[in-house]
Design a protein around this ligand. Sequence first.
Ligand code: PHE
Length: 376
Amino acid sequence: MSAPNKSYDPVEVEALKPEEIERMRDAALAAVAAATDLDALAHAKTAHTGGASPLALANREIGALPPQAKAEAGKRVGQARGAVNKALAARQSELEAERDARVLVEEAVDVTLPYDRRPAGARHPLTTLSERIEDIFVAMGYEVAEGPEVESEWFNFDALNFPPDHPARETQDTFFVEGPEGPGGSGESGVVLRTHTSPVQIRALLERELPVYVIAPGRVYRSDELDATHTPVFAQVELLAVDEGLTMADLKGTLDHMVVSLFGEGMTTRLRPNHFPFTEPSAEMDMLCYVCRGDSVGNPDRPCRTCSSEGWIELGGCGVVNPRVLTACGVDPEKYSGFAFGFGIERMLMFRHSVEDMRDIVEGDVRFTLPFGMEI
Ligand code: PHE
């Protein structure tokens, strides 16, 4: 910047000469007009209005002028800068509008284009629901236990306190596996397709150190016809806890925790007397209808399709482990007690997701599975 000087003639300051200012303004306006995109405009802006631009430098020279010359020079430079800023703003919005219009065209998605990627599959909802149930119990310290699907009658029935010729063996609609016929062979192999996951209770008690806390999901078989509510192959989850001092109250608390974890706060279960050879006392367990929460009962104005306005949904069987089962597994029933429950996962999947036909679950059509997504 030049030093203040009383005898200073503004016309003598090169940068402030009117034709110089005009030249700077015109150069700036030309650069703005020539900018064809927002980047180029940003460059033009820095070059012509930034701190090192000719107009900014000229502006600084004004301070060095004698007072009487400042006003006129200030006006001239100010007008030039104003014109440049106005042109910049106008070009900026023009270029932004152009960019927005271009993005709309370039990034448009044509939803009618044919689907040509290899479609990704989805996990079967039975698997994800089963894993979700396992997770609830693993978080409580339970271990996941497994057993064979082709099972010896002893594990499937005898050790579970089914008497040898008891009709209960038939009521489970058992598939018996054929053995050798002829001399020495009776045709009876003593092997069945397991009718429930309860034999895993026996295996767990025989294989593990006490206390035992296991959750056993798995496939089971019963000679039912496949229809909307039955399938000869289905999935169950079995739970077994054997420790010192366990009671029916622990069973109830565990069931309540499970339904709250699966269906949300406020859920609960109820037990109704029943009979199973391997539990005593035994109960049928129901959970509160998670849709109407019981509000549909006696309320014809608000019927509930999920529980048929019963207020409760039947889940499966449960009870305190029969001391005979503990004895068969070498566990002292005087010292230890336990509880168990088992239920079908297809049924839970059906009411949890309003699946109306069990065949949809077992047929393996990907169109059924996909809407459940890739939940892991
Ligand atoms: N195994 C029984 C069934 O399949 C269910 C059950 C499991 C009942 C554990 C009591 C205890 O019907």
